[in-house]
Design a protein around this ligand. Structure first.
Ligand SMILES: Cc1ncc(COP(=O)(O)O)c(C=O)c1O
Length: 390
């Protein structure tokens, strides 16, 4: 069968490939500590699970409107007001099958073949695959610990060309867990707006971020109401498999998003949308906030452990549950480190190769979405493994 050029050009998502190896080892009876996937172990808040049980009462589950259940769009808009003090018109909220579908729809709505899009290296790999699938060209902008492995206005300015049409930013970032500082994010959005370029800001980890002087971290919408902002029920609400997310888009983009959503997806999962209304109750939000505190404790376990082992973390995370550590001192490439850690210590990690080229061979991503016990076990195994290399 002839497979399209587009499909052949898509690289595998190595985190998932390592996941497959880990599953094979588990099938052979090994206990693998899985620190390779960004999947919170908590699951949905209890009230949301109960709501799902009630929704599944035998009624036919029809498609919803392509842009999502009106009540859910309103609840999401209210969440921006209550948590971030931002007034969002519910008509600008598009409910999607996870942030992934929001990224596909927003990219489809904004890019044309030949456009150039600037993305940080390292960054979430699926974005560049999506952009390139629509015929646009990605320029990976190398970042360093000095800019928290994020884009900054100076590097974006120096990579800008006549073909640049947009910026994709994820803050906090996967794989580094680090956020773009508030002033820098405003500067990036200003720079793109002045050049008539779009900016997609992926805030899927925003609500897991550390408080900013006692207040929740700020959404890009507070600096730039015309940014396309992506979010999801997957991470803060612990609902990865429910396949539910959203984006907030400028009003003129809504009809294009609606046409694309009608054609690509019809709608996001109807039962998930109905049950997700319960995410925004005080009870569920209190559960999510308690988990945010627990993630901070897990982060401390990992950062202390990696320091003890002698695996440097150039920038400690302040939001997403990832630590990006440097394995140069072990004498292994990050790929070798991950392969051997899995084979010899039964710890699954993700090599930097997934996230770009600049730090691909030197850095490894560890996800601390696993339980504290699993993290302690994983760190103990890594300690022995690294000692065995010396
Ligand atoms: C930065 C980023 N964006 C988007 C996604 C996709 O998330 P979803 O499960 O909402 O599709 C992920 C998943 O890990 C992510 O890390």
């Amino acid at each position: 069968m002839r497979i399209s050029h587009r499909a052949r050009a898509v690289a595998p998502f190595y985190a998932m490939e390592f996941g497959k190896h880990a599953a094979a080892l588990e099938a052979q009876g090994h206990h693998v500590v899985k620190l390779n996937l960004g999947e919170p172990d908590f699951g949905a808040p209890p009230a949301v699970r109960n709501a799902m049980r009630e929704v599944m009462d035998g009624r036919p589950m029809a498609y919803t409107a392509a842009l999502g259940l009106p009540a859910l769009r309103e609840a999401i808009a209210r969440f921006y007001l209550d948590r971030h003090g931002i007034d969002v018109d519910p008509a600008r909220v598009v409910v999607t099958a996870g942030a992934s579908a929001a990224l596909v729809l927003a990219t489809a709505a904004l890019v044309d073949p030949g456009d150039e899009v600037l993305i940080a290296d390292p960054s979430y790999p699926c974005n560049r695959q999506i952009v390139e699938s629509f015929g646009a060209r990605v320029t990976l902008v190398p970042t360093t610990a000095g800019t928290r492995f994020q884009l900054d206005a100076a590097s974006v300015r120096s990579h800008w060309t006549d073909s640049t049409r947009g910026l994709m930013i994820a803050t906090p970032s996967n794989p580094t867990g680090t956020s773009v500082p508030a002033g820098e994010l405003a500067a990036l959005c200003d720079l793109a707006r002045e050049r008539d370029a779009w900016r997609i800001v992926d805030e899927i980890y925003l609500n897991l971020g550390d408080d900013d002087r006692g207040r929740p971290p700020r959404s890009a919408l507070s600096y730039d109401p015309d940014a396309v902002v992506i979010n999801s029920f997957s991470k803060y609400f612990g609902m990865t498999g429910w396949r539910l997310g959203w984006c907030v888009v400028p009003e003129p983009l809504v009809p294009a998003m609606e046409r694309l959503a009608q054609n690509y997806f019809l709608c996001a999962s109807a039962p998930a949308q109905h049950a997700a209304l319960t995410c925004f109750t005080p009870e569920s939000l209190a559960v999510c906030e308690a988990r945010r505190v627990e993630f901070a404790q897990r982060r401390a376990i990992v950062l202390d452990g990696l320091e003890r082992i002698g695996l440097p973390v150039p920038v400690p995370p302040d939001g997403a549950f990832y630590v990006y550590f440097d394995v140069t001192g072990t004498g292994l490439t990050s790929w070798q480190f991950c392969e051997r850690a899995l084979r010899e210590a039964y710890v699954a990690l993700t090599p930097g190769r997934d996230f770009g080229v600049h730090t691909a061979e030197t850095h490894v991503r560890l996800s601390y979405a696993a339980s504290a016990d699993e993290l302690r076990e994983g760190i103990a195994r890594l300690e022995k493994f690294v000692a065995s290399l010396r």
